[in-house]
Design a protein around this ligand. Structure first.
Ligand code: CIZ
Ligand code: SF4
Length: 365
């Protein structure tokens, strides 16, 4: 008979040093049976163990190319779901702490999106005129909804290309759950602000009149990222006053004003690329998650580049932060002992439709 899995309580109080020793030992015993995928926002003491790193788009691709029995995903829940959908059925995807969710992803759910679609159908024929586009930061069932309704997934790396594709299919887009990425993407495609309407899922008809719905090219779900909303135009202004030659780069999950006042706007992959390719001696203000900014600052320091974090207060992705050495040690020891813990497994009927929407995205980006 198989023994019971090892309880997390024993690891909760463990000092970091002890965790690191146990992580190394468990990895050595698992060998190539395990591959570790880490997102850019992952804390340094976990990121150091990554076999593969990247943004969610890159990690989605990489997950489909690995053949290890276990994919230990150091990121948040929706990313682990994508890895499960994109990997082979014999692979198991593990999220070291199941509480590592994404507060933005939680701002939309299937019941609310289906209700929105029904209400839109009272005004127009949604399936004929609207392409649903979900940001990859969303639960698998919302990706499945998009797969089922001629829609698609996007990431912050490919949002403009995907939106272009979506407008090629139908006249309008319903974009969820991040209004800011949606608005910035619409803006880059030349859509006037008054043709982008916010859909508030807590109000009847999203709080919109039938005329507003008919006029809208882009319906923006009222969701946001709690980390990126911390960055303010005032932070940019202060930086520009102090460093007139400095450059500002922001993530499109930041507010419209922050994006508008930045010199560059792009995904984490884009931010890393732009700063790494910048001239030596340049100074940067960066509006995205702190772990990434700290790592990047360290990496480019030798070239005399100065990278500053946009907010004066510490703001990290607190959910991703939950993947700590304690959870990683616990996870790997269980796997090494033959216990599959914290497996993320998307139900088959959802996975098929979600994969359709993800593959549409991968085919054009
Ligand atoms: O797509 C991702 O990985 C996220 C969450 C941000 C980004 O821009 O890479
Ligand atoms: Fe979600 Fe924001 Fe964390 Fe990204 S930074 S995973 S959007 S909560």
């Amino acid at each position: 008979m198989q023994s019971a899995s090892i309880n997390f309580d024993r690891f909760n109080q463990l000092q970091d040093n002890a965790c690191h020793e146990r992580i190394r030992a468990a990895r050595a015993s698992l060998g190539p049976r395990v591959v570790m995928l880490c997102h850019h926002y992952q804390r340094a003491d976990v990121y150091q163990y990554a076999d593969l790193t990247g943004d969610s788009l890159r990690l989605a691709r990489l997950a489909s190319q690995t053949d290890s029995e276990y994919i230990v995903f150091c990121g948040v829940h929706f990313m682990a779901e994508v890895a499960d959908i994109m990997s082979s059925p014999r692979q198991k995807v593990i999220l070291p702490d199941l509480a590592a969710g994404c507060s933005m992803a939680d701002m939309a759910n299937l019941a609310k999106v289906e209700r929105c679609w029904r209400e839109l159908n009272e005004v127009l024929n949604a399936d004929e005129v609207i392409t649903p586009v979900t940001y990859i930061n969303s639960a698998a069932d919302l990706k499945a909804f998009c797969g089922d309704h001629g829609g698609i997934v996007c990431t912050s790396s490919n949002a403009a290309t995907i939106a272009g594709w979506a407008f090629g299919q139908r006249q309008k887009i319903l974009f969820f759950p991040d209004q800011h990425l949606g608005r910035w993407t619409g803006h880059t495609l030349g859509i006037p602000l008054d043709e982008m309407m916010v859909w508030d899922p807590d109000l009847e008809m999203g709080g919109l009149t039938p005329e507003q719905i008919r006029k809208a090219k882009l319906l923006l779900w009222k969701g946001h990222c709690s980390v990126h909303q911390m960055f303010q135009p005032a932070h940019i202004l202060k930086f520009r006053n102090q460093h007139p030659d400095g450059l500002v780069i922001s993530h499109p999950e930041c507010s419209f004003e922050v994006c508008r006042q930045s010199d560059f706007v792009g995904s984490t992959e884009h931010i890393v690329k732009v700063i790494k390719e910048a001239r030596p001696g340049t100074r940067w203000l960066v509006g995205t998650e702190l772990n990434l900014v700290t790592r990047l600052a360290e990496e480019v320091k030798a070239e005399g580049k100065i990278v500053q974090f946009m907010s004066p207060t510490v703001c990290m992705c607190s959910t991703m932060q939950r993947i700590d050495p304690q959870h990683l040690a616990w996870t790997l020891e269980n796997l090494a002992a033959g216990h599959t813990v914290n497996q993320i497994s998307v139900p088959e009927h959802e996975a098929v439709l979600a994969k359709l929407a993800l593959e549409r995205m991968l085919a054009i980006s």
